[in-house]
Design a protein around this ligand. Structure first.
Ligand code: FEO
Length: 380
C-alpha cells in the first residue's frame, strides 16, 4: 500500500476482550491513515491508548492536519479516542452513517466538528483516492460500514476479517484459529448480514483487506473471503465430532472419552472439551467448526449442569444450525439431561438427531457401553 499507513495500537493489558473473550496474546485496535491531497484517518482506538494513537497519527501527518475521520464502527474499542481526536483536530470532518452519529451522541455527547452522513454507495474524494462507502448493518452492529479505496483497491472492513491477538505477537497458528473464535464469538449470530455484504463485494477488485483487529490481509484474499462465506452460511468447516462435556465426578467425562477413543479407532477425528475447565469461547468455535456434535451432561437440579446450560444458550443465541447431533446423559436418579438438552436445541434449525441417546446411570456399565458403540457407528 503506497499512501495508506498503519497508525493503530497493541493492547497487552487487556485480559478479557468484551469482558468475556480471553486474549492472552493481547489485542490490536487498528487505525489507518490515507495520505492524499486530503488526509483521512480511518477509525480511532480504545480510550486507554488515545495518546499513543494520536502520537502515531502525528508522526505520519508530518506537520499536516487530517481532513477527515472516517468512523466505521462506534463500539468503544474503536471510538474510545474519538473525542480526544476532535479536541486536537477541531477542523477535521467526521464521516459516518446516520446511526453511527446517533450512537456517538449516546456514548459521548455531541461534538462541534462538522459531520458528513454517508449511505450506501456514497463516495468521498481525497484526490487520487476515492473512498466508496459500503454499509454493513449488523456486522455486527447496525451502524457499521466498510470503506473501499478505489485507487489502491483496499477494503477497510470494520470488525469483519479481524482476529484476537496483538500485531506484535507472531501467531504460530496463523489467521484462521483466532479469526474463527472471534467470528463465532462476536459476529456469528449475524451470518445472513455477513452474506449480504459479501455479495456486495463480489467482483470488486481487492489488493488488501484492512480490518479493525488483527493483521492486514494482503495475499490469497480468496481464502479469507471463502472462509467467511463458509462461516456465515453456517456450513461446517471441518469433518469431525465435537464432544462438549459437563461432568461433576468424572463419570460423564469417562463416557465421552470412551466414545472419542472409539471414533478415533474408526478413523474419525474427535475433540473432547471439558465445559467446566476449558475455554468456553473455544467451545463455541469448535461447535460451529465441526459437522457433528455430541452433548454430554449430568442431570443437576432437575435440569442440566450450569456449564452445559450456558453453552447451549450461547449456541442458540448464535444461530447454531446444520449439524448432526447426539447426546450422552447421566442421572443417578430421575435423569433429565437428555430431555432438557434436546428441548433447548429445538430453537435451532436443521439439527439431525443421531440415536441412541446414551443413558448413564451414575457411571458406565454394560448397557451404556453398548449404546456408545452403537452411537459411534452412527457417527461414523
Ligand atoms: Fe471491534 Fe465491534 O468492535
Amino acid at each position: 500500500m503506497k499512501d495508506i499507513f498503519y497508525v493503530g495500537v497493541d493492547d497487552h493489558e487487556i485480559e478479557l476482550f468484551e469482558g468475556q473473550y480471553p486474549v492472552e496474546n493481547g489485542m490490536s485496535y487498528n487505525s489507518y491513515l490515507i495520505k492524499d491531497e486530503k488526509i483521512a484517518v480511518m477509525d480511532s482506538v480504545d480510550k486507554n491508548f488515545s495518546q499513543e494513537w494520536l502520537s502515531n497519527v502525528d508522526k505520519v501527518l508530518e506537520g499536516k492536519l487530517p481532513d477527515y475521520l472516517i468512523v466505521s464502527h462506534m463500539e468503544p474499542d474503536h471510538s474510545g479516542s474519538l473525542i480526544e481526536f476532535t479536541k486536537k483536530y477541531p477542523n477535521a470532518i467526521l464521516v459516518a452513517t446516520d446511526k453511527a452519529f446517533k450512537f456517538l451522541i449516546q456514548f459521548y455527547g455531541d461534538v462541534k466538528n462538522e459531520k458528513i452522513v454517508v449511505k450506501e454507495g456514497d463516495t468521498l474524494s481525497l484526490g487520487k483516492h476515492t473512498l466508496k462507502f459500503i454499509t454493513a448493518p449488523m456486522v455486527h452492529w447496525p451502524e457499521v460500514m466498510f470503506t473501499y479505496d478505489e485507487y489502491e483497491n483496499v477494503l477497510f472492513s470494520a470488525d469483519a476479517f479481524g482476529k484476537f491477538g496483538a500485531l506484535d505477537y507472531d501467531d504460530p497458528e496463523g489467521w484462521a484459529c483466532e479469526a474463527r473464535r472471534y467470528y463465532f464469538g462476536i459476529v456469528g449470530k449475524y451470518g445472513n448480514q455477513v452474506q449480504t455484504v459479501l455479495k456486495k463485494l463480489q467482483g470488486v477488485k481487492l489488493t488488501a483487506i484492512c480490518p479493525l483487529h488483527g493483521p492486514i490481509l494482503d495475499d490469497n484474499l480468496d481464502y479469507y473471503l471463502s472462509t467467511y462465506d463458509t462461516w456465515s452460511k453456517y456450513e461446517s468447516e471441518s469433518k469431525g465430532v465435537f464432544i462438549p462435556v459437563a461432568s461433576v465426578y468424572g463419570n460423564t467425562m469417562e463416557a465421552a472419552q470412551v466414545l472419542a477413543e472409539k471414533l478415533t479407532s474408526k478413523g474419525v477425528k474427535a475433540v473432547v472439551c471439558d465445559l467446566n475447565t476449558d475455554s468456553m469461547t473455544e467451545a463455541f468455535e469448535d461447535a460451529f467448526r465441526y459437522d457433528r456434535i455430541v452433548f454430554a451432561s449430568v442431570t443437576y437440579n432437575g435440569t442440566i449442569f450450569p456449564s452445559m446450560n450456558y453453552f447451549i444458550d450461547g449456541l442458540v443465541e448464535r444461530g447454531y444450525q446444520n449439524k448432526k447431533v447426539a447426546f450422552i446423559e447421566n442421572g443417578t436418579w430421575a435423569a433429565m439431561a437428555g430431555k432438557v438438552m434436546q428441548e433447548k436445541l429445538t430453537k435451532c434449525k436443521n439439527l439431525e438427531l443421531l440415536e441412541p441417546v446414551v443413558k448413564l446411570v451414575s457411571k458406565l456399565d454394560e448397557s451404556s457401553l453398548k449404546q456408545i458403540e452403537e452411537l459411534a457407528d452412527k457417527l461414523v
